[in-house]
Every structure is written in structure tokens, then in C-alpha cells.
Design a protein around this ligand. Structure first.
Ligand code: SF4
Ligand code: SF4
Length: 628
């Protein structure tokens, strides 16, 4: 067993707002994620992926080799056990993104059928473009008709399509050919994770390499399927993001307002809550109780969704979710699903905060549950906002502490917006790449993990990369870190190298571009595919890298693997639980290069990680005949 050493508050987070709230949490008797980590004794078998619970002949603990070598009761050795565990980990991550995408698809279908009166198509141009891209004939068809056609078409991507998912057509031909040759072209968004569960049942696929290849296929079904559908349909239903200003950190909470936090991943609920909070009747109710207004702010990825499209401020990322409630200034948390710590209902109960779950897939004992459906969304959102307003009268102002001032940020860099900034084509970016002003592109994505100092790896890696003229795009919880560090403002160009700084100043853009939520990593895939196609090369030949510096979740592992399987070298700040198998570890950190032209790099130190990613960028530039 390994035990986390107790750390000082100063070592837990990069930020003052977090540290001040950690002091307050201790004073208020609130237990946080860091306290619980300190109490954990992690099993070394589990950390190495060497435990198996797949049947009741076990559970088994496997010892890889040496005098004490021990296989599972069925005979599974370390390589097979690690591969099976990792395969299921990826399947869960891919399924989570893909089920999120399915919810958007259901809303689109209901909009088409006229049974979701509170939703509408907000970007008809994009709906039409995507219909045409997928070969659907929509000449003279109205928005509802196009919504029906597209929904019908994409529903079949969730089932068995035999050849390839619809959006795979966006990948360069060389990549498609490679996937075909390896037998990993994703065929069905639901099929690949289901097949993974089947393969990893006792006595099915006993070849670790074969399971790992199917892990890649499962992850690709997420990136080029479920996640891409989630992104594209969110744009169609709620608007394609455009550059806008907003702000981040706990300072976005307002002491004199009703504060509502939206938490989770899907814009389906949070967009409705925002609309209800802007309703004059609700505002009048808030004012009647002495509040100056109603303030909606975001947490995690549903926060990213509202930030990208509506400029709604972000109160915090994953490790700030409990601490946001410790301010004592939050009337309500409205949650949908994913990354919502079960502890939040307990933290909420220490204050006057109402915690509300809204998805029937995600129940939170101790919280209120209000089922949101496309047919009742506006009415339910209004009910919730009215309750939040009422809760304002129960707030104990003596217990309120909102630390710091909001940091201003720029957001909204969808691929459409990036093309717009560039004047309609990627050429200016590709020219800057060829000239060496922008040496490469790095996607920094993902979560926080209390095992690492909160946001330390994110911001230091980004600073080091932009200093080396690598343009960074960011999604998910890493976004808040970048915002707090001043990297999401055009003035952040002062921290960039001379070439990148020149490009940022010319275009009036930050050196780190916010491109969305976790599902929006699909935007990065599409951007890389567009660049590769324009240059007539494969994605793996581009000076493009990815990093999930502080990742924690199954979803993040799926993202990392679809990036690698798409040809993008990917850094992880922490290793997945695979180190118990030499074969799987070597495959992940080296062997995948022979298959996909990219592999994983694990390095917790952001400065060393920057060196490794920079070396990869330099090598790819040389491969294209460009100065390193
Ligand atoms: S599948 Fe094999 S290794 Fe896993 S628990 Fe059952 S007997 Fe043990
Ligand atoms: S970035 Fe990670 S922690 Fe944050 S919302 Fe996404 S999956 Fe959850």
C-alpha cells in the first residue's frame, strides 16, 4: 500500500483563491478532495493494473514475474490483466462522451419533430453545411426538416455502420488508409465499447496487443464519433462560438447577487438555466428579496460550453468545485452529469446551498432531483431559478468570503472562428508555420488531479510551450488555469516567443486559444486534419502535440488514446494504471509509434515535459523540411 504524504495548503494549489478557500473549509469543518486523498492508502496492485474483478473465481491479484509470479485463477497473466483493465477504462470514457453526444442528438431529433418547443436551431448555416458534408440532400428543406434528416443519419452512427463513422471522412486519406490497414476504423459509436466489454470478459480476447488495438478503435469511435457529434450538434442548437470576453476564478461570484453555478457537461440544461436567470420576472423576484441580480457562473465543462457561446464566467475547474461552495455565496448548484463529486451534496448542506441533479442518469442522494427533458426544460429551469432566488434570503452574509478579483479572458475560438480570424482560410497559419513564427501547435486539455499541485503543470507547461513559439489551444478544466495565469488574453503574447508573439499581435489573439469543453477536443482533431489535408500530409507528420497534464478520468484516457491513434504525440502528467505490464507499457510509450506514428509520453514535471514536446515538434518540422 502507498499512502499520500500530508501536504501543506500552500503546496496544494497554484492559486490564492483556492488556498484561501482551503483555509476557510478547514475553519468551517468541510472535508475536501485533498483531505480524502490524504486518508487513502492506494493498493499497489491496483495502481499497476494488476487486480482483476471480472469474475467470482477471483478477485485476483497478479504478480508479473520473479519467484512469486502468480497468475489469476483463470490463468490470466499480468499483460492480459493490464490490457483488459485498460480496455474497460477506455470503453467507459468513450461511452461517457458518446452518451453525452447522444443527448444532443435526441434534442436535435425532437427539434425536428417539433416536440422540444424550448430549443431551436440557432446555427442554420452550420446545420446545412454539415448535412451537405454528409451527403444529405437538403435543397429547399427548412431547418426542422434538416434537423430530422441529420438526426436520422447520425443515429445510425451509434449502431453498426459496417465501414466507418460519418465524420471519419474528415481525416486525411493517409490516416484512413492506416486505420483500414490496422483494422481499427471505428464502425459504430456504441459498437466499439460494447465489443470491448465482450472481448474483456473472461475467456474471450486473450491477446494483450489485440485488446490494446481495440482500445484504440474504441477511443477513435469517441473522438471522430460521439464527441464530434456532441460538438457539432451543440453548435447547431446553441450557436457556433465566436471570440468574446469573459472572466474566471472565484471572484466571478457576486456578494450582492443570487449566485447559481452550473456544473457537469451538457449545454442542454445549463443553457435553459441561463435563459431563465435572464428572465425579467426572475430578476424582479431577486430584487424584491434585496439581491442586485442573478449571476450564473460555470464549473467544469458545462461551464466551458456556456463560456464559449454565451460569455458566462467560469468560477472554477474540477478541484475548485467544492471550494466554490465554501465561499458561502452560492444559492444553487445545477448539475447534469460527469465529474460531479458525490461529496458536493454534503458540502452544500454545510451552507444554504441547494444542490440539484437534473439528469435521470445521474442521481445524487442528499440533493434535490428535478428531471429535465426536452419537452419541459424551460419550465423546470424557471422553477429552479425561483428556488435559488428564495435561497438568497437564507444566505448568512457573515459566512460569505469571495476571494480575489475576476481575471479577464478571451474565449470562443471554434474552428469557424479561427478561420474567420485568419481571413477565411488556414493559409496564414500554415504560412506562419512554414516561416517558423509558429513552430507548432499543442492542445492542452483535461482535468485536475489532487495528486498533483492544482494547475501547476497546466500553466507551467503552457508558458514553456508558448515561449518556444508553440501556439496552444486549450479545452476543459485546463481553461480556467490558463485564464488565471493571464494566458487567455492578447496581452499574454508578452509571455510568448518572438514569432508567436508577432502573430498574436497581428491577429489580436491570445497565445493560448480557448476552443471549448472536453467533447470539443474533436475541434482539435478537425483542425489538425484540415492542416494535414492542406499540406498534403498525414496528421502524424505535423508539428502538433497534445497534453493532458493533470488528467484523472476515464474520459481523459479515451481522449489521449484517440489523439495518439489519430497521429498526435500525447503527454500525460500521470501514468495510467498500466505499469504492471511491461508489454502494455512499452506499447503505450514506444510501440504505438510504429502503428500510429505517435505514442504517449509520461512526465509530471512541466519543464521536462515541455522539452520532450518541443523535441517532437522540432523533429516533425525537420521531417517537413522546415527549420526546427
Ligand atoms: S477473470 Fe481470471 S483473473 Fe479475473 S477475477 Fe476471474 S479468475 Fe481472476
Ligand atoms: S476536463 Fe476533466 S475534470 Fe474537467 S470536466 Fe472535463 S473530464 Fe471533468
Amino acid at each position: 500500500m502507498t499512502m499520500q504524504a500530508k501536504r501543506e495548503i500552500a503546496d496544494l494549489s497554484e492559486w490564492d483563491d483556492a488556498r484561501i478557500m482551503l483555509e476557510k473549509a478547514a475553519a468551517d469543518g468541510v472535508e475536501t478532495v485533498w483531505d480524502r486523498l490524504d486518508k487513502q492508502k492506494h493498493c499497489t496492485f491496483c495502481e499497476q493494473g494488476l487486480t482483476c474483478q471480472k469474475c467470482v473465481m477471483g478477485p485476483c491479484r497478479i504478480v508479473a514475474d520473479g519467484a512469486k509470479k502468480k497468475n489469476g485463477v483463470c490463468g490470466a497473466d499480468a499483460d492480459l490483466t493490464v490490457a483488459r483493465n485498460f480496455g474497460r477504462f477506455i470503453a467507459a470514457g468513450a461511452a461517457s462522451h458518446s452518451d453525452h453526444g447522444r443527448d444532443l442528438l435526441e434534442v436535435l431529433a425532437e427539434v425536428g419533430a417539433g416536440t422540444a418547443p424550448d430549443y431551436r436551431v440557432r446555427d442554420e448555416g452550420k446545420l446545412k453545411r454539415i448535412c451537405s458534408e454528409l451527403g444529405l440532400s437538403v435543397e429547399g428543406v427548412d431547418a426542422a426538416g434538416m434537423a430530422r434528416k441529420l438526426a436520422d443519419h447520425l443515429y445510425s452512427d451509434y449502431g453498426f455502420r459496417r465501414e466507418a463513422l460519418s465524420f471519419c471522412s474528415r481525416a486525411p486519406e493517409a490516416r484512413l488508409e492506416l486505420w483500414r490497414a490496422l483494422g481499427v476504423t471505428p464502425r459504430g459509436i456504441d459498437r466499439e465499447p460494447v465489443e470491448m466489454l465482450h472481448r474483456t470478459h473472461m475467456g474471450v480476447d486473450c491477446d494483450p496487443a489485440s485488446i490494446c488495438l481495440h482500445s484504440a478503435r474504441t477511443a477513435l469511435a469517441d473522438g471522430w464519433g460521439g464527441s464530434m457529434i456532441g460538438t457539432e450538434l451543440s453548435d447547431i442548437l446553441f450557436g457556433t462560438p465566436k471570440p468574446a470576453r469573459s472572466s474566471v476564478n472565484l471572484g466571478v461570484l457576486k456578494a450582492d447577487h443570487v449566485n447559481i453555478l452550473v456544473h457537469g457537461h451538457s449545454p442542454i440544461v445549463s443553457e435553459m438555466v441561463l435563459a431563465a436567470a435572464r428572465d425579467p420576472e426572475m430578476l424582479a423576484g431577486a430584487k424584491a428579496l434585496g439581491a442586485a441580480g442573478i449571476n450564473v457562473a460555470g464549473l467544469c465543462c458545462t461551464g466551458n460550453e456556456l463560456l464559449m457561446r454565451q460569455g458566462v464566467p467560469m468560477a472554477g475547474n474540477h478541484l475548485m468545485t467544492e471550494l466554490a461552495l465554501v465561499t458561502g455565496a452560492v444559492e444553487m448548484v445545477v448539475a447534469d452529469y460527469q465529474c460531479i463529486m458525490p461529496s458536493l451534496t454534503t458540502v452544500a448542506s454545510c451552507y444554504h446551498t441547494i444542490f440539484v441533479g437534473t439528469s435521470d442518469k445521474a442521481r445524487f442522494p442528499g440533493g434535490l432531483h428535478v428531471s429535465f427533458h426536452p419537452s419541459n426544460a424551460r419550465e423546470k429551469a424557471r422553477e429552479l431559478v425561483a428556488k435559488a432566488v428564495e435561497a438568497f434570503s437564507r444566505r448568512d452574509q457573515e459566512r460569505v468570503l469571495i476571494p480575489g478579483k475576476p481575471m479577464e479572458i478571451m474565449t470562443g475560438f471554434s474552428n469557424e472562428a479561427i478561420l474567420d480570424v485568419l481571413g477565411g482560410s488556414l493559409d496564414p497559419l500554415l504560412d506562419a508555420l512554414k516561416a517558423g513564427d509558429v513552430r507548432g501547435l499543442a492542445g492542452i486539455v483535461g482535468c485536475n488531479n489532487p495528486k498533483l499541485k492544482h494547475d501547476y503543470v497546466h500553466v507551467n507547461l503552457a508558458r514553456e510551450l508558448i515561449r518556444r513559439d508553440v501556439l496552444v489551444v486549450v479545452t476543459g478544466c485546463a481553461t480556467v488555469a490558463m485564464g488565471k495565469a493571464g494566458l487567455l488574453m492578447p496581452e499574454g503574447a508578452d509571455m510568448a516567443g518572438p514569432g508567436l508573439s508577432k502573430v498574436c499581435r497581428a491577429l489580436n489573439i491570445p497565445p493560448v486559444l480557448h476552443v471549448g469543453s472536453c467533447v470539443d477536443n474533436s475541434r482539435i482533431l478537425q483542425l489538425a486534419a484540415m492542416a494535414a489535408t492542406a499540406l498534403g500530409v498525414d496528421i502524424s507528420q505535423l508539428p502538433v502535440v497534445a497534453s493532458a497534464p493533470e488528467w484523472y478520468s476515464e474520459k481523459a484516457a479515451a481522449i489521449g488514446l484517440y489523439a495518439v491513434a489519430s497521429g498526435i504525440q500525447t503527454h500525460l502528467g500521470l501514468a495510467p494504471n498500466i505499469l504492471g505490464s511491461k508489454t502494455v507499457t512499452e506499447l503505450a510509450t514506444a510501440g504505438l509509434t510504429d502503428l500510429f506514428g505517435a505514442c504517449f509520453v509520461v512526465e509530471p514535471d512541466p519543464f521536462k515535459a515541455a522539452e520532450l514536446l518541443d523535441a517532437h515538434v522540432a523533429a516533425k518540422r525537420s521531417g517537413l523540411g522546415l527549420s526546427a
